[in-house]
Design a protein around this ligand. Structure first.
Ligand code: F6P
Length: 503
């Protein structure tokens, strides 16, 4: 396989970059009255305005050439057909099958879906339960938590839902201080059932309840049924999903059980169907000039590899989307933070990137200073909901405009105060939902997943493994097992830190 840097389309992009890098976006808008329409796209009542980026028709054309030279049509077919796209773990990545209603290729996945949906309906109908405590971490935590918050206006109000992810006792104690155990269901969400934090919290809950194993009030959402049985879960309370679903792609599976409990089966199905709309758009829009996940990926690669921008901000102007930045962090950084390519060689170009964020307008009163006047250019993804408070929307639109325009000293009437200089020309995407519904949220999240997939194929890395988290886990086990010993054989910094704890 030819190295990315040697591909003709990549070289064309390089040449094109030198022609475009000095352009000012505000001039691009002035010269082309139709710029906004040209670079705005729509799917399922979500509007994607990508016009405030330093791109033009040629930029997208060269990326489309690149896409075609990588035979992307086949890559997408492999993903949807269940080929082993996760080559390092020798398995498929079947998250799209979880939301397939129109064309069911994987019968077992559809059966598992029916099973957890029916189970959730029974629990909703059971008045004996009014509190849910979910134990789980990573994708087995942040996806359901983010969606439940985003769709809180769709909640059936049946349950208070709490999450225990970390092993810090603060969350644990807080949750236990308020539950009526008789009326509480404990849900253990763990694909592997080998995650130390989740095992630890499960054991802690079991002993807190004075049990020796999970009783009928415990459910288990997992791909490891055998281990769940070994741990003593009632087989009827084990809701499985297939091993070919990655943690950060799993909210559509039984891992989304608390979402079904919270918003009901119909709304959860709407969420899946919204994702299916995005899947179909991604797989069937052969005209890549209008394929939204491709366009978003092109912009990310344009920023990362050509402008050498290493960080970007994710800013939802909506309290309902307050956990989105954390979710996007796992999706992008765990999928794309890779320096080894699919063949096991070190990549010769940048991949991944830092993603951070918080809700607007709160973040305007903190890190936005650096976005406007810092030395690094940090692109922003603004997310807003059209039927929000006008003050919120005005602030969102003002920020993307201010970042683009900047402020020259000559624009100021009064004294030429250098401190009031804003360089401007800072890129942003604005994603505007007409309304935040299960369907639109589903489409949006699936688009983000596919965007990550496109970037991974262009960068020739596997977005579905996460070996980078393993080394820390191994060392944590070593440290934990030597915790109280006096003489440690780690490095002197670690040794001293441990001594300090033990003194
Ligand atoms: O440590 C990383 C990770 O494997 C994530 O990818 C995953 O979402 C999380 O841990 C939790 O894993 P599990 O669902 O197997 O407990």
């Amino acid at each position: 396989m030819k190295n990315l840097l040697e591909l003709n389309a990549w070289q064309s992009l390089n040449e094109h970059f030198f022609n475009i890098k000095h352009l000012k976006m505000k001039d691009m808008f002035q010269y082309d009255e139709k710029r906004a329409e040209k670079y705005t796209y729509e799917l399922n009542n979500i509007y994607f305005d990508l016009s405030k980026n330093r791109i033009n028709f040629d930029t997208i054309s060269y990326f489309v050439d690149l896409t075609k030279s990588l035979k992307f049509h086949n890559r997408i077919a492999e993903l949807f057909d269940g080929d082993k796209v996760n080559n390092t773990e020798d398995r498929a990545a079947l998250h799209t099958a979880l939301r397939a209603f129109d064309e069911i290729k994987f019968e077992k996945i559809a059966q598992e879906r029916t099973m957890f949906l029916e189970k959730a309906e029974n629990i909703i109908a059971d008045n004996g339960i009014d509190h849910i405590v979910q134990l789980g971490i990573g994708g087995s935590y942040i996806g359901p938590k983010m969606v439940n918050e985003a769709l809180s206006s769709y909640s059936n109000g049946r349950f208070t839902i709490d999450y225990i992810a970390n092993t810090d006792t603060t969350d644990f104690d807080k949750v236990f201080s308020k539950i009526n155990i008789e009326k509480t269901l404990f849900i253990v969400a763990s694909k592997s059932l080998n995650t130390s934090e989740t095992q630890y919290n499960l054991n802690k809950v079991i002993s807190k309840l004075g049990l020796s194993a999970p009783n009928e009030k415990f459910y288990c959402l997992t791909a490891n049924r055998e281990k769940a049985i070994q741990l003593g879960f009632n087989p009827d309370n084990i809701l499985t999903f297939c091993n070919s679903i990655g943690g950060r792609y799993s909210l559509w599976s039984s891992i989304g059980f608390t979402i079904v409990l919270n918003i009901g089966r119909k709304n959860f199905e709407e969420l899946l169907k919204g994702a299916e709309i995005a899947d179909t758009h991604f797989a069937e829009t052969d005209d890549y000039f209008h394929n939204i996940p491709f366009l978003l990926a092109y912009i990310n690669i344009w920023h990362r590899n050509f402008f050498d921008l290493r960080a970007k901000a994710n800013i939802p102007y909506s309290d309902a989307l307050k956990y989105l930045p954390e979710y996007m962090q796992q999706l992008e950084m765990e999928s794309l933070g890779k320096l080894i390519d699919k063949q096991g060689n070190k990549v010769k170009y940048a991949t991944g990137g830092t993603i951070f964020g918080n809700i607007g307008t709160n973040s305007q009163h903190s890190f936005f200073q650096m976005l406007h006047q810092g030395v690094d250019i940090i692109p922003v993804e603004f997310i807003a909901i059209a039927n929000s408070d006008s003050k919120l929307i005005a602030n969102c639109f003002a920020q993307s405009r201010a970042l683009m325009l900047g402020q020259e000293l000559s624009d100021l009437n009064s004294n030429n105060d250098n401190h009031r200089f804003f360089p401007g020309n800072i890129p942003s995407n604005t994603i505007l939902f007409d309304k935040l519904t299960p369907s639109t949220l589903g489409s949006f999240l699936a688009i983000q997943e596919h965007k990550v997939f496109v970037q991974s194929v262009i960068w020739n890395i596997n977005p579905f493994d996460q070996f980078g988290v393993e080394l820390g886990k191994t060392i944590a086990r070593e440290i934990e097992s030597n915790y109280e010993t006096q003489d440690h054989s780690f490095d002197s910094s670690t040794n001293n830190l441990l001594k300090r704890i033990n003194n």
